[in-house]
Ligand binder design. Structure first.
Ligand code: MN3
Length: 240
């Protein structure tokens, strides 16, 4: 092989390496909406030492951002669906075309779940008060009993998923675990709060110790925000 043709091959090879990357970058760019990654609302290190800053950064900026990008891409040619509010889209997945239903379920559920998740953390833990504390006493027998049942449900969720406290318009609370990125919103049920038990939520700090992560998570909750969500659920103004 002549030096010239070797150079030509190398040049072509470089061209092949660069061109597809440029294409992928363009393909991932429709982050212009309609769905938008919400800001975290606090620093990546706000949940230290219970949830480490690197996990928060990767989780929000990469995992959640990827869900939003993929959801927007999936609905690019479905303008009517793209106009729906996320809970409305998730509660009528049966009307989403077969070709995009699974990706909408996974990425739309992921967008909803994570948007709620960031809202309720960044706090100092402790305990709720007022109407929410009364509802927890009434429906779970108190915060320690809720924590025990919630952590057990999170630990019992095989593989990836979430554990949620649901809330009705009357303020009645419930507990449920879901696989993957499924959400009670898919059944038309509102979510008060929930924890992500995908390994990406805890693996850097806790590795296989999901129980330790579940126990520590209560230390970063912002009960004032959760109380606001509780009131909004009863007013019918809870958006996610
Ligand atoms: Mn997650």
């Amino acid at each position: 092989m002549s030096l010239l043709s070797r150079r030509a091959m190398i040049a072509t090879g470089i061209g092949l390496l660069v061109a597809p990357r440029a294409k992928i970058a363009i393909a991932q760019t429709p982050a212009t909406g309609p769905f938008i990654l919400p800001p975290l609302g606090y620093g990546f290190d706000a949940n230290e030492p219970h949830i480490d800053a690197q996990t928060m950064m990767i989780h929000h900026d990469r995992h959640h951002a990827a869900f939003v990008g993929a959801l927007n891409a999936a609905l690019k040619d479905h303008a009517q669906l793209a106009e729906l509010k996320l809970p409305n889209l998730l509660s009528r997945l049966d009307t989403v075309p077969d070709t995009v239903r699974t990706i909408v379920r996974n990425t739309g559920g992921g967008h909803a779940n994570h948007s709620m998740f960031w809202q309720i953390m960044g706090g100092k833990g402790g305990a709720p008060d007022g109407a929410l504390a009364a509802a927890i006493d009434r429906d779970f027998g108190g915060l320690p009993a809720l924590q025990t049942a919630f952590n057990r449900a999170g630990l019992g969720q095989f593989g990836s998923g979430w554990v949620f406290v649901t809330v009705t318009r009357q303020g009645k609370l419930g507990l449920t675990a879901r696989p993957n990125q499924d959400s009670p919103l898919m059944d038309g049920v509102s979510v008060l709060m929930g924890n992500d038990v995908w390994e990406h939520a805890y693996y850097l700090k806790y590795q296989n110790r999901r129980a330790d992560y579940l126990a520590a998570w209560w230390n970063v909750l912002d009960w004032a925000k959760i109380s606001t969500r509780y009131s909004a659920a009863m007013d019918g103004t809870l958006t996610i």
